[in-house]
Design a protein around this ligand. Structure first.
Ligand SMILES: Cc1cc2nc3c(=O)[nH]c(=O)nc-3n(C[C@H](O)[C@H](O)[C@H](O)COP(=O)(O)OP(=O)(O)OC[C@H]3O[C@@H](n4cnc5c(N)ncnc54)[C@H](O)[C@@H]3O)c2cc1C
Length: 306
């Protein structure tokens, strides 16, 4: 890793390079061991230099956004972790009578983008209110709620695949439930939105947020929904029916407010989190013959082997 740092510094790379940081400081769950190298390129050229260098060194990498859908191993991460947190530009690029196209860079916090759109009177993203993390993370996982999904509003996506930048039209992709179906690193997104008045948009956002606050533990350390909803049902309902609300392993507890959220009470570990996932999968399978599939993304050493 030291060689990568030195080479980057010597080749005109602009960005932040952090060594031996704790991943728990970069995730909403507050879990995760040491990452030997985290790199935050400031511009596409620096990202390209980084990707080329890592490819030539045979060093793998993983991109993260706000870390709000992530479980990171207690044993740390071997990959170089890349963040685009400084990529936050947002601008209106096409305007029509009823529609607009907004360009936004992938590191922008999703809620900053929603507020920008509400102020300008651009509708289409209201259901995503209260979802933490970045636009890049939202597109990668096709984040959604209240019948809204981000990919429904995407017109095209600028990505870096290997070391090539490409613009992918939305209609060439087949996104699904919590799957944006995008390959490579999401650099920026063009969103197609409708004109509406700011007050109506804000009212819808307030209503959705009230419901979200009433049903989800928004102020606790979680990674959102742990499992995907199975076809025609809700993972939270199944976990609750299995009698597991409030069940705890170590410092990881199944939320009493919403059973598909696992809360880190303070000293939670990825080992306990995975243990709790297994317990839930076994109980739900035993009772309802349904195998729940993880929605959260897992990274780091041995994370699937606990
Ligand atoms: C309290 C709470 C409530 C939540 N509510 C919802 C909800 O209602 N609906 C919902 O869908 N989700 C919800 N989530 C989950 C999470 O916030 C979303 O999935 C969010 O979109 C993840 O964005 P992120 O930037 O944090 O991504 P991260 O967690 O950092 O990463 C998630 C995945 O995206 C990939 N990724 C991130 N950035 C990029 C990029 N630029 N290019 C390519 N891949 C990238 C990562 O590699 C990883 O695989 C909630 C989470 C919390 C904590």
């Amino acid at each position: 890793m030291e060689r990568i740092t030195e080479e980057l510094r010597g080749m005109g790379f602009e960005g932040e390079i952090k060594e031996d940081i704790l991943m728990r400081d970069y995730t909403s769950l507050r879990i995760g061991g040491i990452c030997r190298l985290m790199v935050e390129p400031f511009d596409p050229y620096s990202l390209k230099l980084l990707v080329e260098l890592l490819n030539s060194e045979g060093q793998s990498m993983v991109v993260i956004g706000g870390g709000t859908n992530l479980l990171v191993s207690d044993e740390g991460v071997d990959e170089v972790v890349v963040r685009l947190r400084n990529w936050r530009k947002v601008e209106i690029v096409e305007t029509y009578r009823d529609e607009v196209v907004v360009f936004a860079e992938s590191g922008i916090p999703l809620q900053t983008l929603l507020n920008f759109c509400a102020e300008k009177g651009f509708s289409g993203l209201e259901g995503l209110v209260g979802i933490p993390g970045t636009l890049g993370g939202a597109v990668s996982g096709n984040a959604g709620a209240f019948g809204y999904e981000i990919m429904d509003r995407v017109d095209r996506i600028t990505i870096m695949d290997k070391d090539r930048m490409e613009v992918i039209k939305r209609d060439t992709l087949t996104p699904g439930y919590r799957n944006g179906a995008v390959k490579g690193i999401v650099l920026a997104v063009h969103l197609r939105l409708y004109r509406d008045d700011t007050e109506s948009i804000k009212n819808r956002m307030r209503e959705f947020l009230e419901i979200k606050k009433g049903t989800q533990p928004l102020n606790e350390h979680s990674a959102g929904c742990v499992f995907k909803n199975p076809e025609g049902d809700y993972a939270g309902r199944l976990i609750e029916e299995a009698g597991l609300k409030g069940f705890r392993i170590g410092d990881i507890e199944i939320s009493r407010k919403h059973a598909n959220f696992f809360i880190n009470l303070g000293r939670g570990t990825s080992r306990d989190f995975i243990g709790l996932m297994r317990k839930v999968q076994e109980e739900v399978d035993r009772r309802f013959s349904i195998m729940l599939e993880p929605e959260i993304k897992m990274i780091g050493q041995g994370i699937n082997a606990h």
